[in-house]
Ligand binder design. Sequence first.
Ligand code: RFL
Length: 390
Amino acid sequence: ESVDVVVLGAGPAGLTLGNVLIDAGIDCVILERTSRRQVQTRTRAGFLAENTVRILERHGLADGLRRRGREHSRCEFRTEDGRFALDYAGLGRGERHTVYPQQELVSDLLACFLAAGGRIRFETEASAVLDADTDRPRVLVRDRDGRPDRWRARYVAGCDGRHGAARNSLPPGAVRRHHSDHGLSWLGLLAEAPPSMPAVAYAVHGRGFAGHMARTAEVTRYYVQCERGTSAESWSEDRIWDELALRMRTADYGPLNQGRVIQRGIVDLESDVLEPLRHGSLFLAGDAASLLSPSAAKGANLAVLEAEILGQALIADLLRGDSAGLERYSDQCLSVIWRAQEFSHWMIRLLHDVPGPDSSFQHALRRSRLASLRTSRSRQNWFAENYVGV
Ligand code: RFL
């Protein structure tokens, strides 16, 4: 079959793009490897920046998050030098987060796309993008019964994440990958427990980092830094709560609401950026374009932003023959991506003692970094602007 745009992947990037395109009457299809149920139940991100909400609002995609999302504007740091909180709605650009679980956002985006008549094929895995250096690229797929099929398009949007077909189809040398492995790992948990405070809490401790992030009234995300290579299952629930209590210093600051751990996984803190975000007729957006460590909660926000920029550029090209937006796409997104990467990198060094031969020097720098964030108003404004911004 043939369409104007084949979108690979039904995550925040692919579904935002699909909605922007179909609104303008562009003929497109979304191909998604997994099932509808999997797409709608994958729990990941939760913190949406104001700019993300504005983008979704512009395209009529924000009804659910306006109704059920919760505003958040306070974060707390617990350190060896005491505790401090930042009310970031009163700092920087005065922006807040909307806490809205990613699977709910994805479900809303999917419902809007289908209501607008959008076409999506679940359980259809793209295996390769061919002829991306021509203006008739092809996408090879396998459908749910394993049957091979192909789609032809004018453009292909690779929104299929870090292990997707878009990245894998790039010929050697066409695109450069800048990569950093921070050598650190987090055990990421979802607990069936109400949040223990109306704030994100970051605990910096000699035993490692721990984090507390509200998700809903009943569910809280926790992170516990662990040894690289540890399996998530090797942590018993008792050990998890003991370690969280120690690192969050509950003896000083009060207990955490405990509950059953309903999901767990290891996140290795890694980052990468592809450059440029285009190879001929193939464009990259979201995690396919750049992977961010979750330290600053930027991934889903960048995915939505890039999808909107790419959508507008594709519309201008396909409806008006104006390709300037597509020419600009990569540079425009890369400048935002690198700013987010720089902030995430700074956050990693704020929250961890990075191992290495100069570890005592790094440890002292980390304490000093926290001290300046605690005491300097201009540092706090800078933090707020980057923490909520994309
Ligand atoms: P997604 O969401 O990974 O969606 C990609 C989709 O592509 C499909 N796919 C394929 N489809 C067809 N053919 C193929 N060959 C395919 N290969 C893959 C996949 O099944 C999937 O449906 O990428 P997208 O749209 O770029 O969105 C990116 C975000 O999901 C990601 O950046 C965030 O979840 C990162 N992240 C966070 N971001 C935030 O902004 N705020 C947060 O609070 C936040 N917390 C997190 C996070 C990521 C986490 N993990 C799991 C690394 C917390 C965690 C634990």
